[in-house]
Design a protein around this ligand. Sequence first.
Ligand code: CP
Length: 304
Amino acid sequence: MTMKGKSLISITDYTKDEYLKILETAAGFEANPNQKLLSDKVVASLFFEPSTRTRLSFETAANRLGARVIGFSDSGSTSVQKGETLKDTIIMVSSYADIIVMRHPREGAARWASEVSSVPVINAGDGANQHPTQCMLDLYTILQTQRTLNNLNIAMVGDLKYGRTVHSLVQAMCNFNATFHLVSPQELKLPSVTKMHIKDANLKYEQYTELADVIPFADIIYMTRIQKERFSDPIEYEKVKNSYVLTKAMLEGCKPNMKILHPLPRVNEISEDVDTTKQAYYFKQAENGVYVRQALLATILGAK
Ligand code: CP
């Protein structure tokens, strides 16, 4: 198994053994975050779409590893505004940096970038398609809270149609004999192609419209935001925007070790009164992103 020099575009680009190796390496960084393993490396951080956690945790990860970071958080300040293509941008940046971390609103943009880049590309989210590094930190967090990744009841709630974190996590959890409980409005069901992954793995899924139905037996409740920016028709967004709001009162009767995850940002789908419950784990989940991204950068750049 070698991940050195390997781009990470879709979660299915890596094997189960490779995920587990990344999680093990991440645990080492959680125990000891400041390891100057990449002091001769430059990391390019190219964010064509807004981000708080992914960009800042990647940049923190690079800094903790001693790498230098170049890039932008707003393509409005780059030559994209003058009409430069993504291809030319990537060719240029790959001549400056040792690795490219890229978020882009267009599905497939990260794959395209990896095909024209001379250095590895990490997909930090491409439209409604994939978010593999979020998936790795979700796996890390599930393992940290449940002590296993195997045989879990995973409830996924909210925007399952456009939710790239959901698509990546379903695919990854197909390696661990999960049972999927899919809670969404009719309009935002999990795409057929992702359901096919579950069927191909001979695993089970159930679909629901009521969040309360899954709370008694879930090991993990993975809440997601209804993403206004993915709707072409604002009226369609208005119809579904308040579909689910998880409150503290609803947690009565949940499994003793059930944990609530959310890739964040949240809007109103988790009430603030949940934040102080022992089930709330989403802020720690976001912190875990630093350790997992350290593991990915160090592994892909050959320092681990
Ligand atoms: N989870 C996640 O991708 O958050 P950001 O959009 O803030 O990066």
